[in-house]
Design a protein around this ligand. Structure first.
Ligand SMILES: NC(=O)c1ccc[n+]([C@@H]2O[C@H](COP(=O)([O-])OP(=O)(O)OC[C@H]3O[C@@H](n4cnc5c(N)ncnc54)[C@H](OP(=O)(O)O)[C@@H]3O)[C@@H](O)[C@H]2O)c1
Length: 346
């Protein structure tokens, strides 16, 4: 039977005395390759206390979704089982105790999971307004990257005007946002990426682009900063870059590690860190409590959204792909051939 017909039949199943409505979501029955992502009929979400349900216009792909698909990053307790850490859309239901939001409101949202679906329930504290002069669809590219970058680079590492920022993986979703936020704050921004992406990253504001496949980013950072090093380093490589990141830090610098693409266990030279009075943090956004996420979202709304509203920071969207073909989006992300964000449309 065709998917549409099945969906028609299942749309309003009689379920005991009540009604069970169904939607589509990407499910993962067995962790594995991109083919593990299957567009499936599942029950509609119901808003819990303090939550709203959003009918999804678009969701964005994150590296964490790839890890979840592979079985390495289970959703936190209470989160929807489907992948997807950010989305945009329209509120269709409001749970008990929610104030300040209404059915029909256009929003984007930071999620603990469940964005790869036609609908998702989300705590109201994780909603953000659609920025001015931006389509609902485009806004799906922002919540996860804005919250991750702001919480690490600003809230933790205190990047400010006149300082230097080194962004690893400048061509990714996180990287393209971090470059723009760093520039908007008045910092000098250096970034690592494959050479094919350099022109676009300079157009986003990067002052120095380093081809990590051909050059030593420590030497390049030291040269560009007259031997001082970077005040803040936003790292996605983990163990593989740990030594070199400490070597590239400025005195009183802060290394914030948010990704483990180069492994999780490394050796930290504490003497080198002490000599620079430097700090190392490692954080993950998804594991924060809903209350802590709401605090981060408030910080983003207050400090980042005005920059987005003004057009100083814009979403960088590589392409959109039908959500039912999420496997194709994951193949693209794993190839790293994309620049910025990949959107999924239900
Ligand atoms: N902790 C958190 O809360 C949190 C939240 C969101 C994301 N993250 C992490 O942040 C990282 C980036 O996420 P994303 O969604 O932006 O993924 P993405 O779009 O796939 O970006 C990753 C980038 O890494 C680059 N890259 C690969 N190897 C590299 C190397 N050796 N040195 C420098 N760059 C390299 C790739 O581009 P090229 O190789 O082509 O230059 C690619 O653009 C992931 O590790 C993700 O798990 C963490």
């Amino acid at each position: 039977m065709a998917v549409g017909a099945t969906r028609g039949l299942l749309r309003f199943l009689s379920y005991g005395s009540g009604k069970l409505s169904v939607m589509h979501a990407i499910t993962i029955d067995q962790p594995g390759g991109p083919e593990a992502l299957v567009w499936t009929e599942v029950p509609d979400p119901v808003p819990g206390a303090g939550e709203v349900v959003v009918e999804v216009t678009a969701a964005a792909v994150n590296r964490a979704d790839v890890m979840q698909r592979q079985g390495h990053y289970p959703p936190p307790p209470g989160a929807p089982p489907y992948p997807g850490l950010e989305c945009s859309g329209v509120i269709t239901a409001v749970g008990d105790g929610v104030t300040g939001h209404h059915v029909g409101e256009r929003v984007c949202a930071l999620l603990a999971g469940g964005g790869y679906a036609e609908q998702v329930a989300v705590p109201a504290g994780q909603l953000l307004p659609i920025p001015q002069q931006m389509s609902v669809q485009e806004a799906a590219a922002l919540p996860e990257v804005a919250c991750t970058v702001w919480s690490n680079v600003v809230d933790i590492a205190r990047l400010r005007k006149g300082r230097t920022l080194l962004v690893h993986g400048g061509g990714g979703g996180i990287g393209t946002f971090a470059i723009q936020l760093g520039k908007a704050l008045g910092a000098t921004v250096m970034t690592t990426a494959r050479e094919s992406k350099h022109a676009q990253l300079r157009a986003l504001g990067a002052d120095l682009t380093i081809d990590y496949t051909a050059a030593d980013f420590v030497a390049e950072t030291q040269r560009f900063t007259d031997g001082r090093g970077a005040d803040v380093i936003l790292d996605i490589m983990g163990a593989k870059y740990l030594d070199r990141n400490v070597a590239a830090l400025a005195p009183d610098g802060h290394l914030v590690i948010i990704g483990l693409q180069g492994g999780r266990r490394g050796e930290l030279d504490l003497g080198a860190l002490m000599a620079k009075r430097a700090s190392v943090s490692a954080t993950t956004l998804r594991a924060r409590t809903a209350a802590d996420k709401a605090r981060v979202v408030r910080g983003v709304r207050d400090q980042v959204w005005p920059l987005v509203d003004a057009g100083t920071i814009r979403p960088v969207i590589d392409r959109t792909i039908p959500m039912a073909q999420a496997a194709e989006a994951h193949r693209l992300m794993e190839s790293s051939d994309h620049l910025g964000k990949i959107l999924l449309l239900p």
